[in-house]
Design a protein around this ligand. Structure first.
Ligand code: KG4
Ligand code: ZN
Length: 357
């Protein structure tokens, strides 16, 4: 089975061709970074227009790279949500048009499921596994029991962790996109132990996260030091923030591991996914924890952690194998939780509060 995948839910336009033998035949990503940088963040309307302008060309490039034609494709999968709705509409409409024109099945993929199943594309990880999903809009611990079968153990009560990286990078004067720039700055720290930041939620029961207090603590240091910060201050504060986030993650994951082992005594891997999973300090900290707990640890290669279409094509393949396809009147979804039965986290604001699903 050969599937064309399309991803347009945020600020990356992407197309990929993947086979059910776990082969990535093509994987092209166009970042809209330059379009959004002047605004210090993603502007939804600019993103939607950029997807519209570039998606056709990217699909053509993916086809050329793979050496395949539309006649070789068995299905089309596109991100159907959650995400910035204008971009999702562009991807879904394009996928539907190809499916209708070629008489192919269409699959609307949950973007989060794309991240969640990536470890099965890269490492053939069996169900069940414990997933730490860390991206720009999400920070969750989930038990993945099968395709479409997720049980949420914890989530953030305020910011997503990628959002915390992005906001902190802005506070430090590092710019956008925050995550990678903050990691780069931290690598230059001469005194990484200079700042002692609070570790929100550490030691508390449950598996929820919170990052707003950490951000406020960084802000206080920045105000004390005075802006613009020196490169040395930027680096030391970035290192402190990054280490603290890794420690918080490890504490929350350790608790989730205990719950996971109770639910599934036969065991399973700890898997990390989403853009923040590209962070090397976090990966190293989680590896250490998994070694201590005797759990295998799987982290996809860096380029498959951040948004891409290979993960969408793969999630499409997983759904097609189960005979699941979507009708051509599928409506794009701005919100689409993986575990709809999970209760909102305590302290979490409701719909329309700016907190993403
Ligand atoms: O999964 P993703 O590419 O897009 C979403 O679905 O949100 O995640 C993007 C997020 C951004 O907040 C970005 O700053 C963060 O992932 N990120 C990182 C790193 N690379 C990307 N955070 C920390 N360290 C990184 N190396
Ligand atoms: Zn993502």
């Amino acid at each position: 089975m050969i599937v064309l995948g399309i991803e347009t839910s945020c600020d990356e336009t992407a197309a990929a061709i993947v086979t059910d033998a776990r082969e990535i035949r093509a994987d092209v990503v166009l970042s809209q970074l330059d379009d959004h940088t002047p605004y210090g963040g993603v502007v939804p309307e600019i993103a939607a227009r950029a997807h519209l302008e570039h998606l056709d060309g990217l699909i053509r490039r993916a086809m050329a790279e793979s050496g395949l034609g539309f006649a070789d494709i068995d299905a089309v999968a596109a991100t159907g949500g959650p995400g910035l709705i204008g971009g999702v509409i562009v991807g879904v409409m394009t996928a539907k048009a190809i499916a209708a024109a070629r008489g192919l099945p269409f699959v609307a993929v949950n973007h989060l499921e794309g991240h969640a199943l990536t470890a099965r594309l890269t490492d053939d990880v069996p169900f069940p596994y414990l997933l730490l999903l860390v991206s720009g809009g999400h920070c969750q611990l989930l038990v993945v029991e099968g395709v479409g079968q997720y049980r949420r153990l914890g989530t953030t009560i305020d910011d997503a962790v990628g959002e915390a990286f992005d906001k902190t990078a802005k506070l430090l004067g590092l710019g956008y996109p925050g995550g990678p720039l903050l990691e780069k700055a931290a690598a230059l720290a001469t005194n990484p132990g200079r700042f002692d930041l609070p570790r929100p939620m550490v030691g508390r029961p449950g598996c929820d996260f919170s990052f707003s207090g950490l951000k406020t603590a960084v802000r206080r240091h920045v105000e004390e030091l005075g802006t613009p910060l020196s490169a040395e201050d930027q680096a030391d504060l970035a290192a402190a923030f990054q280490t603290t986030v890794a420690e918080v993650m490890a504490d929350r994951c350790a608790r989730a591991m205990r719950q996971f082992k109770e639910m599934h005594p036969q065991g399973g891997a700890l898997v990390v996914a989403g853009g923040v999973a590209a962070n090397k300090t976090l990966r190293a900290r989680l590896q250490k924890l998994a070694d201590r707990e005797g759990m295998p640890f799987v982290a996809p290669p860096l380029r498959l952690c951040t948004d891409n279409a290979a993960m969408i094509a793969w999630a499409g393949i997983e759904r097609l194998r189960l005979g699941q396809t979507d009708p051509l009147d599928f409506a794009p979804r701005p919100r689409w939780p993986l575990d709809p039965s999970a209760k909102p986290a305590i302290g979490k604001a409701g719909v329309g509060s700016g907190v993403k699903a």
